[in-house]
Design a binder for this molecule. Sequence first.
Ligand code: AMP
Length: 134
Amino acid sequence: MNDCIFCKIADKTIPSMTVYEDKNTLVFMDTAMDVDGHILVIPRVHAKNILDCDEETLSHLMSTVKKISRHLVNSCGYEGVNLLNASGESAGQSVGHFHIHIVPRKKGDNIDAWPHFNGAEHDTKEMFRKLVIK
Ligand code: AMP
């Protein structure tokens, strides 16, 4: 996609701090400066998000997510990771090229990476009946 910033990062039209790359995926530093070590993993082929991503691309993407997560824990002094993704504008997606955020974690780092929900409006059983796959 010509106007996609992450496609441009993938084809090197726009520079990035590339942590890792292979035939199918690219991993680079998120420049938001919101948390130490914030990394983005993207597929090279354009998919907007998980809703239109084909299975093979998804598989490559998650394989790289695992590789980078293991690298952070095995070689960079971290103990765990948070994986974050917004699929769709209503979910908070701001860049329309599928990406997984990785936030490296260690005990006592004082990072609050979990969303703050307002509490459910509907009973869990009611939601279950709506959501169950029949
Ligand atoms: P999301 O809101 O989940 O779509 O996340 C988009 C992320 O892309 C944000 O965390 C931005 O900081 C990040 N971002 C946008 N442009 C760039 C860029 N040129 N290089 C690195 N990160 C970027």
